[in-house]
Design a protein around this ligand. Structure first.
Ligand code: AMP
Length: 458
């Protein structure tokens, strides 16, 4: 996962990009970068770390200009190197291309092998670099056609921002896996992964960049091209954006995330109405579903665990004796709320089960009498190849164990997962337009397992 933001025609673009990235920080904490066209050339700055660690006033002042793009990168194993931080910039025929990509391609490794055979040299292990090579290779037919041609070859999830000197281009895969929205700012334009970036910048949301659209913005204004008009693909918006990933104040695929999450909680109650003393979330991921469950049930909503918002990465591994410390550091139970109570705890998802086991243990130690644990999505059984960082199937607890086995492992009174129907009901009219592969194993695109390196190397 990653977050991207682009600005066209706004003074001090780098500052707006900085704040835009700040509001998209939840989409990636490994590294951040900004590339801006200064009137003559593209300047860039990127580094490992959080947006607030990478940039300061001086760095932003050295990125003057009105057109630029930015990126925040999600932390995945094995690729935590500066080279892999975006925007990815290359020089070609006197111009610079900078690219910021959110999503995963599923055929990048095969394409890369073909390109390497033709003599192309790669600098990173990014699937995004393949996109740059394919565009540059075809530039002789014109920028838009080169992008359209590239879009016909790459398969998978891509919401992309491209800076070609003074031209900003946004393009999105025809399945619409990842979000991308267009807004208006001080007479200029802003494109961002989530609309929460618009709210912070004071921009007005205009519309989504459509699946399969190429939106080019230059001195003549925005212009759209639709290379998939004759061959539209089935829409496959990532439902996990609603469940966990996106910010609740954002519009994703034109729907507000907060309201969808609250619906998940209401549907949890319809499917699993329980009696208890209180409903509590594991914050922040379970907060809005817990709100929905409490509203539907009439039970009191309490914050039985408190989140420390200042926990960043810690480089000190707690010793065995201190191993519970890392759990309590992020979420600490309020004994006075929990002690002697029968509690309904709500979280958005169970992935490996290890974090939840520790969290549950800590509320048990705080004196909870009975624990009912409700998950606002169905069991996660299949890995994601389109950009959500889900481990191999063997590491997903629900792929190897039944609900009853997981309940025993967590050592709780009740474990309930929302049904697929309850999930789909929560997204209303998007129900036929979402990717559910992590629950069903039905991937919207055939994944080429003989080229698994694509999947492993990120
Ligand atoms: P666990 O009990 O180890 O499965 O962790 C569950 C917690 O991880 C939940 O609070 C989820 O919100 C959170 N989570 C959701 N998606 C992911 C993901 N892709 N990678 C890591 N953690 C996630």
């Amino acid at each position: 996962m990653c977050g991207i933001v682009g600005i066209y025609g706004v003074e001090e673009a780098s500052k707006y990009l900085y704040f835009g990235l700040y509001s998209l920080q939840h989409r990636g904490q490994e590294g951040a970068g900004i590339a801006v066209f200064d009137g003559k050339k593209i300047r860039e700055y990127k580094n490992l770390g959080l947006v607030s660690e990478v940039f300061n006033e001086k760095v932003l002042q050295e990125l003057p200009g009105e057109i630029g793009i930015g990126h925040v990168r999600y932390s995945t194993t094995g690729s935590s190197v500066l080279q892999n931080v975006q925007p990815f910039c290359v020089k070609h025929a006197g111009k610079t291309l900078a690219l910021a990509h959110n999503g995963n391609l599923i055929n990048a490794y095969r394409l890369r092998c073909d390109l390497e055979e033709e003599g192309h040299i790669f600098q990173t292990t990014l699937d995004s670099e393949v996109i740059v090579h394919l565009i540059v290779k075809n530039l002789k037919i014109g920028l838009v056609d080169a992008i359209a041609h590239t879009m016909q070859r790459i398969k998978g999830a891509y919401s992309v921002l491209l800076l070609y000197d003074d031209i900003l281009v946004a393009f999105r895969d025809p399945w619409g896996f990842r979000p991308l929205a267009l807004g208006m700012l001080n007479g200029g334009y802003v494109v961002a992964s989530e609309t929460c970036a618009f709210d912070l910048l004071g921009a007005e949301y205009l519309r989504d960049v459509e699946p399969g659209e190429i939106l080019l913005i230059n001195e003549n204004g925005p212009k759209s091209y639709y290379p998939f008009r004759e061959t539209p693909q089935p829409l496959s918006h990532c439902i996990f954006e609603f469940i966990y990933f996106a910010r609740p104040d954002s519009l994703i695929f034109q729907k507000n995330v907060y309201i969808v999450r609250k619906n998940l909680g209401i549907n949890l109650y319809k499917e699993c109405p329980l009696e208890a003393d209180l409903v509590m979330p594991f914050p922040d991921s379970g907060t809005y579903s817990a709100l929905g469950y409490a509203k539907a049930s009439g039970l009191p909503l309490e914050f039985g665990v408190i989140r420390n918002h200042y926990v960043g990465r810690t480089f000190i591994e707690p010793s065995e004796r201190l191993r519970d410390l890392s759990v309590r550091m992020k979420l600490n139970p309020v004994k006075e709320v929990i002690r002697g109570k029968e509690v309904i705890v709500i979280d958005d998802s169970l992935v490996r089960g290890t974090t939840s086991k520790n969290r549950i243990k800590s509320i048990k130690l705080a004196g909870a009498k009975k624990i009912h644990f409700l998950i606002s999505c169905p069991p996660l059984k299949f890995p994601c190849f389109f950009g959500i960082d889900f481990p191999k199937a063997s590491e997903l607890i629900a792929s190897k164990h039944s609900v009853e086995e997981i309940r025993k492992f967590l050592d709780i009174d009740t474990l309930y997962y929302l049904s697929l129907d309850g999930l789909l009901d929560s997204v209303g009219d998007l129900r036929d337009k979402v990717c559910l592969a992590c629950f069903t194993g039905n991937y919207p695109l055939e994944v080429d397992f003989s080229f698994r390196k694509d999947i492993i190397e990120r």
